[in-house]
Write a protein that binds this ligand. Sequence first.
Ligand code: SF4
Length: 615
Amino acid sequence: MSIAPLDQENSEDQIVSRAAKSADRASEETKPVKRKRQSTSHLKAVPETLALREEMKAEAEKFVEHLDCANPFTKSTLEKWSRELLEQMNQPEKFLGFMMVLIGNFFWKRQFLAIPFERRLLLLPHCLKHAEGCPAEYDEFGLDCEKCGACSIADYKVRAEKLGYKVLVAEGSPVVLKIIIGGYVDGILGVACLNVLEKSIDKVLIAGVPSYAVPLHSGDCKNTKMDEPWIWEVLEDYRPLEEPLTRSYLPTMRAANSLFEENFDQILPPLRTKTEAAAQTPLGKTEAIAYDWLKHGGKRFRPFITLAAYDALIKDQTSTDDAEAGPTYPLGVQKAAMAIEVFHKASLIHDDIEDDDQYRYGQETLHRQHGTGMAINLGDYLIGIGYRLLNEARADIGAEAAADLVEKMAAAHIKLCEGQGAEMAWQDSQSFELAPLDALQIYALKTSPAFEAALYAGIRMTGSVGQYETLISSFSRHIGVGFQILNDLKDWRGDDNNKLITGQDALAMRPTLLLALALQTADEQQTADLKDILQGNPSDGMRIGRLRKIYQDCDVFTKAEALVDKSRARAEDLAESVENEDFKQLLKFFCESVLAEETPEAKPEPNVLMPLPMV
Ligand code: SF4
């Protein structure tokens, strides 16, 4: 059975359908191509001699003097610069990762040095510890060094703390980005191996967090070394700047975060939970749980999209920025940005019930904690809150803009439900007919409209969306579809914070693109095996291995990666076509951060910097 076409009369759906068809054609096009995502391990050598390391460092410093540092670099630009410099120096490609770190360092160094010591974070790797005799224990912040003096960690820690730094011995634990976005620190001085630093380029540098990295000489995680003077020369240096040299999205990320922290009560004042006692009553319970759910967990990416789009286009009119305090927004804009997150969180509650997911944000899902009936009610309640927030935004953004936002949110809401409904209908049908077109159509419905609505809201609140209407729809479609495919791939790498079990989506009989691609090329025996695996005993531990083997034999992962590349390329082309420089840079940032390249290591290290907020 194939999924029945969704309302083809509707022009927006036709766009979605065309997108899915085009992606489906793309998947056909990729069939003969043997595309393998390159491992980058051969590009992460560190020069053996100090003389060469120093020479490369000096050349990187000179190279950066000629760069335009107004915008944060993209990873591909950093790679291009690094290749250029290696070629100039006649050095081999194997030093690419090392050179990228050096150029990244000098790009940000001046701004890092302008951060007061007490606003800096020093991140030290636990692999510097004395491997045999270290008495320190680990806690949620990493290694709790006892300063026994057996390794250099104590020296750096003592000196840095004396200067005012916050210090973590963790290479980059999930708390790092929270610390930065929470406003506790403004920049990072990190010591890490090139594997970890490669990941942090995606996560931190392209967002505009001033950072300086000292690479370890090897990634062996045991008794490793570094060039100690490199850390001292930055650690103790402070040179203020009049104003930042490079645009950063950090202030906007913080503003999005503040909607759910210090500004929460102003945007969404408590009505039935004004006191602790009131929150415990049956009448206060719904508001208490719902507000708590809004305040805790989640990456606030949707409100960030809205505020960042607003920032990019309002700059053409009046600037509301204060260099010290960061951007400020009218209350109505904050309410609209919060509404986007409220709708998202409502949908997550219902989604978790429908899929009977056990964990969300590292805690039991709401229906597990409070029962299914209460959870359904909480989701419904939040939908009401979302529409109320949009209505309240009228006072600042005007009735017409508020009405347009309501229309956009309603459309996104309906499409999400259609996509989710199609997914469940396919699961119920127990059918094994699933074309890539079907899977991509579901993806386009489930993810892209929410991204589009968030982007639209930011632009609409600055005036007319006009010239951007079609562009943001297409852009969101490519970003949303690409993100969903990446998510499928991550499901097999087991690195999603909420999905601890590899292949979970596949075994739950979800109509994923990977399954569709497998069914498209599977022979009779493989199709029979797929049915046997997916309908088999859930406690059969061999199922994942068997499924992975079929996916590999059908070249599914390679084809899916090629489709992500296509989505990224199309989104980048659209971003490039935008004239407004701030908006163009923002769209490019979304391409880089939402569709971040994954290196092919199957098992990511547990202690890498937490990904930036994602769709
Ligand atoms: S100085 Fe700290 S990290 Fe190093 S061995 Fe001693 S307790 Fe462990």
